[in-house]
Design a protein around this ligand. Structure first.
Ligand code: MG
Length: 326
């Protein structure tokens, strides 16, 4: 009996009947000899952690563009916070923590430089549009490992592809990540917004604070605890109505004051111009890109190759290319 066999037995004995057991995976795109030590989902988590796209998250915007301060979140620390919240949810609900962790670590691998501003530019200039969820799947299926992809399990790919948007993931672990992403960004964007002086503590909506708490930690605790109480032994992962409403109010506040505020609009115009010009330059001169993207242009068309190249850029790499080429 291998270590993996023992771990699979332990999952069956200890996890809720609603959890996704790793031995029951619907499998990978290409057959792969099982690992003697790790379950399928542990292996997927490790493959994501060792990917180049994961390391690039360090230099991609979360909320503030290429911030100077050492304490602001980046796409990498956002991802780690999502993973921590998702694992707490999964463990508390006796779901598969390894699956939740793998989905969380991979969920934003397709994010563009300059956050959602970058996403909106590619959506405008690339025929067929652009969504970071679909790009995350493309990174793991097609772009990583010099075009071989990471060959992950169906459940991890499904959770990554549906971590935001209207279509829900098929597993409860995927649903945990969907909510963990929301909990993480709402709370840390408030924290970063306060640190940057974009908002002040007295600005936060009082009705939200009355339900969720007055501190960063209290609000995260309330949200997580509420999901665990509301979802225990239920075939769905959700917040109670009251906590959902209070959380949504905070989210609306962030949109109004930060995401669509005057500083974001000014930054977005700068980022948009930079990325639009980079896309136009690369479409005109695809051979300026690294060979792996030139090859994609040959097989799937120049727009696809340029879109992959620009979407994969970090903030600082995009700025460096802009300076050198334009
Ligand atoms: Mg995210």
């Amino acid at each position: 009996m291998t270590v993996r066999d023992q771990l699979e037995e332990r999952e069956r004995a200890n996890l809720s009947g609603l959890a996704m057991c790793s031995a029951d995976t619907r499998g990978r795109l290409q057959a792969l000899e099982p690992c003697p030590l790790r379950t399928n989902f542990q292996r997927d988590r490790d493959r994501i952690l060792h990917s180049k796209a994961f390391r690039r998250l360090k230099h991609k915007t979360q909320m503030l563009f290429a911030p100077d301060g050492d304490h602001y979140r980046t796409r990498l620390t956002h991802t780690l916070e999502v993973s921590q919240v998702a694992r707490t949810l999964a463990r508390s609900l006796a779901l598969n923590e390894d699956l939740a962790e793998a989905i969380a670590l991979g969920h934003d691998l397709g994010h563009t430089p300059f956050g959602h501003a970058g996403e909106r530019v590619l959506d405008r200039v690339i025929p067929g549009g652009f969504r970071h969820t679909e790009q995350s799947l493309r990174v793991i299926d097609r772009l990583e490992r010099d075009g071989q992809g990471l060959n992950l399990t169906f459940e991890v790919r499904d959770g990554i592809a549906h971590h935001s948007g209207d279509m829900q993931p098929q597993t409860l672990e995927g649903r945990c990540v969907h909510l963990a992403d929301r909990i993480a960004y709402i709370n840390h964007d408030i924290d970063d917004g306060l640190r940057a002086g974009l908002i002040h503590p007295g600005d936060l909506p009082k009705r939200s604070l009355a339900v969720l708490g007055n501190s960063h930690g209290a609000r995260i605790d309330t949200m997580i605890g509420d999901i665990v109480c509301t979802s225990n032994r239920k075939p769905d992962i959700r917040m109670s109505e009251a906590v959902w409403e209070a959380t949504d109010l905070l989210r609306d506040f962030l949109f109004e004051r930060i995401y669509l505020g005057p500083l974001a609009q000014k930054e977005e115009r700068k980022a948009a111009r930079m990325l639009e010009e980079l896309v136009a330059y690369c479409i005109h001169k695809p051979q300026c890109m690294p060979m792996e993207y030139v090859r994609i242009c040959e097989v799937e068309g120049v727009e696809r190759g340029v879109c992959d190249f620009v979407a994969c850029m970090t903030d600082r790499y995009a700025m460096r290319c802009y300076k050198e080429w334009i």
